[in-house]
Design a binder for this molecule. Structure first.
Ligand SMILES: Cc1cc2nc3c(=O)[nH]c(=O)nc-3n(C[C@H](O)[C@H](O)[C@H](O)COP(=O)(O)OP(=O)(O)OC[C@H]3O[C@@H](n4cnc5c(N)ncnc54)[C@H](O)[C@@H]3O)c2cc1C
Length: 369
């Protein structure tokens, strides 16, 4: 087998590309193998919400990872925008989490309390304050919790910028190339077999997102299941919301061009990439509970994608028992946020054998038994 690269990255979503860019900038010869085109799956389907607080229900290892990612984001965006000459729509507008009733308010109050103790910013807004700050939200909404440090990014633009950055850093990309199986001799990785022949490398990183188990043929257990998310996009004639709004039933992210990105469902539906009446109706009724000001908005498009979910909802990051074989997958609802920190900890691990952050809670070995 001819040696093709120092490091093979399987999967060209945001995780594979962020890691490839990081490794190439450290001087490695990196090759991404991608079945379709870079970033066409979950990484483009996402809403681009960078939530290191709203989605975190307890101060655990995922919360710590999200915090570290959020700290890295401004510099990562700067790097990508400089390399690509594209704007990726990164804005720290904050998120308002809406409490529709007293029970939801109690849950959000508990979350606000532990996050305030961690030194993070959260503000409780009464119904009146909520309407003052976001005039178009429905008057019946009980209260709002404002998380001012949360942000959004246009993940489709971000993927385009990242693809350009990768190529400029010297990453080789093989698109339309499917990895069929891994080549392992003894307990050492040698390369992969694709639909276009064999590729060899001493280091292989599985960044296949929802497909990481490769239909069960990946040589170590990576139990990740796809959770389908349906999404709808509309256009308004002006800026309706200043911040991202989320409720238990729906969320809406307004981009600067007045597109409204709305989601989402969370369904175990295998790899069936379709939209359903039930799914879309759920999003629409959730949106109408948030605001009737959206009623005249124009429908633009709808799509579905797969969140890569592990049973414990933690990503899988680290070395496997096979020499030279690594996994960086299972980022569930946080992959857009977690891309820069994943790239950093995985590059540290591959190049120096250790990472600045404790990634033991994310080890692939936790599924090894
Ligand atoms: C509807 C929805 C909304 C979301 N919203 C957010 C959000 O607001 N914020 C956030 O942080 N995260 C969000 N997420 C989650 C985020 O999108 C994912 O966690 C992230 O994109 C995962 O990136 P990835 O690179 O691991 O996977 P992917 O982007 O899915 O990339 C995996 C790649 O592997 C390729 N591949 C698969 N099999 C093979 C093979 N055999 N050979 C070669 N290539 C292969 C695929 O084609 C794909 O390009 C959302 C996800 C969805 C679905």
């Amino acid at each position: 087998m001819v040696s093709h690269a120092d490091i093979l990255i399987l999967g060209g979503g945001i995780i594979g590309c962020a890691l490839a860019d990081e490794l190439a900038r450290h001087g490695c010869r990196v090759l991404i193998v991608e079945r379709e085109r870079l970033g066409q799956e979950a990484s483009s389907a996402a809403a681009g919400i960078l939530s290191a607080q709203v989605d975190c229900v307890q101060p655990d290892s995922v919360f710590e990872l999200c915090q570290a990612a959020r700290r890295m984001y401004p510099r990562w965006v700067e790097h990508l925008e400089r390399r690509s000459d594209l704007s990726v729509g990164y804005h720290v507008d904050g998120i308002v989490s809406l409490a529709m009733n007293g029970r939801e308010e109690r849950v959000l109050s508990r979350q606000a309390r532990w996050q305030l103790k961690q030194g993070l910013r959260v503000e409780r807004w009464s119904r009146k304050e909520l309407r003052r700050n976001e005039p178009y939200v429905d008057a019946a909404i009980h209260a709002g919790f404002y998380f001012p440090n949360e942000a959004q990014v246009d993940n489709v633009r971000l993927m385009q910028a990242l693809a350009i950055a990768c190529r400029k850093a010297g990453v080789e990309v093989k698109e339309q190339t499917t990895v069929n199986r891994l080549i392992v001799r003894g307990c050492v990785i040698r390369g992969v077999e694709t639909n276009r022949g064999q590729l060899s490398a001493r280091i292989v990183v599985n960044c296949l997102g929802s497909w990481a188990s490769m239909g069960g043929s990946f040589p170590v257990p990576v139990p990740i299941e796809p959770l389908r998310g349906q999404m709808l996009a509309f256009r308004s004639s002006s800026r309706v919301f200043r911040r991202i709004l989320v409720s238990q039933r729906a969320y809406v992210v307004q981009r600067r061009d007045n597109r409204l990105i709305c989601g989402s469902t969370m369904e175990p539906a295998g790899f069936t990439k379709v939209l359903t009446i039930e799914g879309m109706e759920g999003i629409l009724s959730g949106l109408r509970q948030i605001s009737r000001a959206l009623d005249p908005c124009l429908f633009l498009e709808a799509w579905a994608g797969f969140r890569p979910a592990t049973a414990d909802r933690r990503p899988i990051l680290g070395k496997t028992a096979i020499d030279g074989l690594y996994v960086a997958a299972g980022h569930f609802r946080h992959g857009i946020l977690l891309a820069p920190i994943t790239a950093q900890v995985m590059a540290d691990l591959i190049l120096r054998g250790r990472s600045v952050l404790d990634i033991k809670p994310f080890s692939p070995q936790r599924f090894a038994s």
